[in-house]
Design a protein around this ligand. Structure first.
Ligand code: ATP
Ligand code: MG
Length: 279
């Protein structure tokens, strides 16, 4: 018995084949190749149809529609949308405990000695906690959605550039528990994305120590949460209690659209909305 060649598997994956089919076995190479050609044709036709549909309806990738929907849902809940710099100073990043030799430091894209592309939104949002904290009554809610960059040994669930959604609620009324607030805002985002079967589970983070992650029904991490008072707060001068969640927009897209490869959900020159362009 023979199976698909590596090249055939790659092509079928690009075209969005159902993964179970990749395990199929054949009597000989000839029958396998015949089956492959037929399947490839079928999948190419589907991709053409999907592209036509995209042109007739949404006219943009799911991830961009989702970003807009989530931003609207959070604003409706009283969250202010903020827009902060993508270039970050080393000094600011170091206040997150990302110092030379740390695991996270190896993931940072440095522009020069003093500046990097932000690997996370948290340092900028800490600034907003201080600034809005001086100006506004509690609870203070705000969020940002924007690009982040990390050196990753690329896999199915990581990219060097991705889009983070980070929300913060600070000065949570004493009668509310922080975990309930985390669940409430996490649910707001995940319901908006139409994701079912998710849960909040404990996980170890290099930056925050013990954190709770939002994971989907297949166990993929969608987002990580943090709560304060937190040891890092001292560095920034934050004294209120707070909850925060960082979701990956590409991960949300993968989970909502049943896609198993982040390359199809994120910024790409090979795919639009998961549709292969090289047909
Ligand atoms: P993972 O353990 O999956 O590598 P992480 O715990 O290092 O992720 P966090 O720092 O918690 O990531 O970032 C918050 C969210 O941003 C993650 O839950 C994930 O959805 C997303 N994310 C992080 N790194 C990447 C990446 N390289 N590509 C795509 N999304 C990412
Ligand atoms: Mg995490």
């Amino acid at each position: 018995m023979v199976q698909f060649t590596e090249e055939q598997v790659r092509r079928l994956n690009e075209l969005g084949v159902e993964t179970a089919l990749l395990e199929q076995e054949f009597q000989d190479n000839q029958s396998r190749n015949r089956f492959f050609q037929k399947k490839e044709q079928e999948l190419v036709t589907i991709q053409h149809k999907r592209l036509d549909e995209l042109y007739e309806n949404e006219r943009r990738p799911f991830i961009l529609s989702l970003e807009e929907k989530i931003a609207a849902a959070l604003r409706a809940e009283g969250f202010l949308q903020v827009h902060t710099p993508i270039i970050m100073t080393k000094k600011r990043l170091e206040k997150m405990g990302v110092f030379k030799g740390s695991i996270m430091e190896k993931q940072v894209f440095w522009i020069d000695e003093r500046r990097c592309l932000r690997p996370m939104l948290a340092p900028n949002l800490y600034e907003y906690m201080i600034e809005l904290g001086r100006l506004r009554p509690r609870p203070i809610r705000f969020f940002e959605i924007g690009p982040c960059f990390r050196r990753e040994t690329q896999g199915q669930k990581h990219a060097n550039e991705f889009t983070m959604l980070n929300l913060v609620e600070m000065g949570v009324p004493k009668e509310l528990t922080l975990r309930d607030q985390l669940l409430k805002w996490g649910k707001t985002v995940l319901d908006t994305a139409g994701i079912k079967g998710w849960k909040l589970a404990s996980e170890d983070s290099t930056v925050y120590g013990e954190t709770d992650d939002f994971v989907d029904e297949n166990g993929m991490e969608l987002g990580s949460s943090a709560i304060g008072p937190h040891p890092l707060d001292v560095e920034w001068g934050v004294t209120d209690n707070w909850v925060g969640i960082g979701f990956g927009m590409e991960r949300l897209t993968m989970s909502a659209t049943n896609e198993n490869n982040l390359a199809k959900a994120g910024r790409s020159l090979s795919y639009i909305n998961g549709i292969r362009l090289h047909l």
